[in-house]
Design a protein around this ligand. Structure first.
Ligand SMILES: [Fe+2]
Ligand SMILES: [Fe+2]
Length: 176
């Protein structure tokens, strides 16, 4: 299986899945803000994280345009699923909304770590971008935990379900 270890990383697929994820993140926060409005104590945290996700998405949009990489065909699915996940967790309560962020960002930290390992010295522009965004995703995870994510009702099950969904979404967006 030496071919695999010397194969060039599929950077088009990486951009596609990353753009999908950042888009999904903006939709999760859209759903949470639609339910919670601006009056919850965590609203400012969410607004700040949502702004960063938007910047991440715009950056990947630009890189894809420059390189002629098409977006995932699943964008309409992530549009609805992201919003629904955000709204559902916000309806449970602020801690569940934060549990959603903590679960997602745990998976994204791992996902971006895997991509950086695969990239190695290939594509320094993409590697720099992923490194920068990954640090912000880890900040989001820590922010969410500090804001009570682990106090959400049924946290272990909720977290496991969201992490499973996130991994499935990553796997699909790489390929479709
Ligand atoms: Fe992000
Ligand atoms: Fe994030």
């Amino acid at each position: 299986m030496d071919e695999i270890s010397v194969a060039k990383p599929d950077t088009a697929s990486m951009l596609r899945v990353n753009q999908a994820g950042e888009f999904g993140a903006t939709r999760i926060y859209d759903g949470q803000r639609a339910i919670m409005g601006n009056r919850q104590p965590i609203s400012r945290l969410i607004a700040r994280m949502a702004t960063q996700e938007e910047a991440h998405r715009i950056h990947f949009d630009r890189m894809m345009a420059e390189r002629g990489v098409r977006p995932t065909l699943l964008t309409p699915v992530w549009n609805v699923a992201g919003f629904a996940l955000g709204a559902a967790t916000a309806l449970i309560g602020p801690e569940a909304a934060m549990a959603c962020t903590a679960a997602i960002e745990t998976e994204i930290d791992r996902h971006y770590g895997v991509q950086l390992d695969e990239l190695g010295d290939h594509d320094p522009e993409l590697a720099r971008t992923i490194t920068e965004f990954r640090a912000e995703e880890v900040e989001h995870r820590d922010t969410a935990i500090a804001a009570g994510a682990e106090d959400a009702p049924g946290f272990p099950l909720l977290s496991a379900a969201i992490r499973f969904g996130c991994r499935a979404a990553i796997a699909l967006s790489k390929r479709i």
